[in-house]
Design a protein around this ligand. Structure first.
Ligand code: ZN
Length: 157
């Protein structure tokens, strides 16, 4: 699958804004836990309006292919963030998180530098998860580049 280029995102969506005012709140069909503070439960988060429907469809469909116990046990409910007004690491380019068109899941088991030998999302139990994201227009950086397996990004047309 092609991946987003910064220049194309800017052309389609404009520069990212240092504000949450242009974002839309996505209500989640199952609660999530903040990956870096597991006492905190998340029932909604802010997304770019362009991914509001497709990402909502992803989570509804995840509840059809996994039950709530599996979602918890597989740590799919570990939320690693969506909107973050920042540049890419070691780069002058904007992170796709600055537009809130990407979401991270379970960054503990899918750390940035992990390859498919270490990242949980490369394992067979997560094939349905990967397929649900792809069928709704998202790609996974681990699948595409074999790093940053936590990262699911919406392909901007
Ligand atoms: Zn990410």
């Amino acid at each position: 699958m092609p991946v987003n280029k910064e220049r194309h995102i800017i052309k389609q969506l404009g520069l990212p804004k240092d504000s949450t005012q242009n974002l839309k709140r996505l209500q989640l069909p199952f609660p999530m836990i903040i990956a870096w503070d597991e006492k905190v439960v998340v029932t909604s988060f802010l997304v770019n309006p362009i991914i509001h429907t497709p990402l909502g469809n992803v989570y509804n469909q995840l509840l059809e292919v996994y039950d709530q116990d599996e979602i918890n046990a597989l740590r799919i409910n570990r939320f690693g963030g969506c909107y973050n007004y920042r540049r890419k690491r070691n780069s002058n380019e904007w992170s796709s998180h600055a537009w809130a068109i990407a979401v991270d899941h379970d960054p503990v088991k899918n750390a940035l530098a992990f390859n498919d030998k270490k990242a949980s999302f490369s394992k067979p139990a997560f094939k349905p998860l990967i397929d649900v994201f792809y069928s709704n227009g998202f790609y996974n950086l681990g699948v595409e580049s074999n790093f940053d397996w936590m990262h699911f990004e919406y392909l901007i047309k």
